[in-house]
Design a binder for this molecule. Structure first.
Ligand code: TYM
Length: 334
């Protein structure tokens, strides 16, 4: 039987989306909707694995939808909805909690990072977070999952869970093994302050990231303050090995200007980082500026965003219901 390609991915509504989300995920979401059936989900159930202020959560869900639309997702082409509005996600997550192994979850590095030093105090939800992620993907029998490199380990776990389910319930190929689609050139955009850490919404300093809603002034200030190097830009990658912040700036420049790292180094070697920073600022402003403006415009009409979610929920629910019925049958639930 030929398996139908289907794309699924999710983004947490936990505040401003940033350049990392954009280059690592959203840009890919948009290009995939031209080729395949796509489902894009605002994963509010994942967000509440750490405490969220209820009013802020509602706004953040709508803002994430606005960011989806502003980057070019089209609700007539892709299904756009929020996770908690389709109950199949939570239902399948429970079933998969019973398939997944504690030993597997114990290996998840993101839990270790997020739980910090006092793991006893982390929510149970944070611990089983990757099982819910597997449920998101398997609920639609998705075959392809566009994500940044930070989600690779979770994707591998989803494949293990799918495989174990197929084996335990003697239904070979029931769940396809989802394939991660990770950008080749820039799979991890790093913090502007510390190039060993990924750019993240939860990083305390706003100077560590470029938010999609940042004004040209803010972008200019942030790139100016970004950590780089007092030496000149080298002509080879090897010299950047221990300079993660400089490498990150060059990487971002190469990605947005659609150039190879080698070409960028050829063009810029011998120049000071201030030269790169000026060019990078212009480039980011022309790429992100219109997205930020569109987000702000879309946020003025919340009822439109709610309508997009409602329409998406209805479409997602039809697919989820059909699959969950078969899943319940496989497990022996009446
Ligand atoms: P989240 O909300 O942290 O991030 C959304 C997407 O952005 C990517 N990303 C990055 N890519 C490159 N560089 C960065 N600095 C960077 N920061 C974030 C993430 O890899 C992700 O693709 N667990 C997921 C959400 C999720 C999901 C799913 C994804 C829930 N269910 C099912 C795929 C399939 C998360 O927290 O993403």
């Amino acid at each position: 039987m030929v398996k139908k390609n289907l794309v699924f991915s999710g983004v947490q509504p936990t505040g401003n989306l940033h350049l990392g989300n954009y280059l690592g995920a959203l840009k890919n979401f948009v290009s995939l909707q031209k080729e395949m059936e796509c489902i894009y989900c605002v994963v509010d159930l994942h967000a509440i694995t750490t405490f969220q202020n209820p009013m802020e959560l509602k706004n953040n869900v709508l803002e994430t939808v606005a960011s989806f639309l502003a980057t070019g997702l089209d609700p007539n082409k892709s299904i756009i909805f929020n996770q908690s509005s389709v109950s199949g996600h939570a239902e399948l997550a429970w079933i998969l909690n019973c398939v997944s192994r504690i030993g597997w979850l114990n290996r998840m590095t993101q839990f270790k990072d997020k739980a910090g030093s006092d793991k006893e105090k982390a929510s149970v939800g944070l611990y089983v977070y990757p099982n819910l992620m597997a449920a998101d993907i398997l609920l639609y029998k998705a075959t392809h999952v566009p994500v940044g490199a930070d989600q690779k380990q979770h994707l591998e776990l989803s494949r293990d869970i799918a495989q174990k389910f197929n084996k335990d319930f003697n239904c070979k190929d029931f769940f396809p093994l989802p394939e991660p689609l990770i950008p080749k050139n820039i799979s991890r955009v790093m913090s502007l302050r510390d190039g060993t850490k990924k750019m993240s919404k939860s990083e305390e300093s706003d100077y560590s990231r470029i938010n999609l809603k940042d004004s040209p002034d803010e972008i200019t200030k942030k790139i100016k303050k970004a950590k780089s190097d007092s030496e000149e830009i080298p002509d080879n990658l090897k010299s950047l090995e221990n300079k993660p912040e400089s490498l990150n700036l060059i990487n971002i420049f190469a990605e947005i200007s659609k150039n190879s790292l080698e070409n960028v180094l050829n063009e810029m070697s011998g120049k000071e980082y201030s030269f790169l920073k000026t060019k990078l600022t212009d480039l980011i402003i022309s790429e992100i500026g219109p997205v930020g403006q569109e987000i702000n415009k879309l946020l003025k009409d919340k009822s439109h965003l709610e309508k997009v979610l409602k329409k998406g929920k209805e479409k997602a629910n039809i697919k989820a219901e059909e699959n969950i019925k078969n899943i319940r049958e496989k497990v022996g639930l009446i």
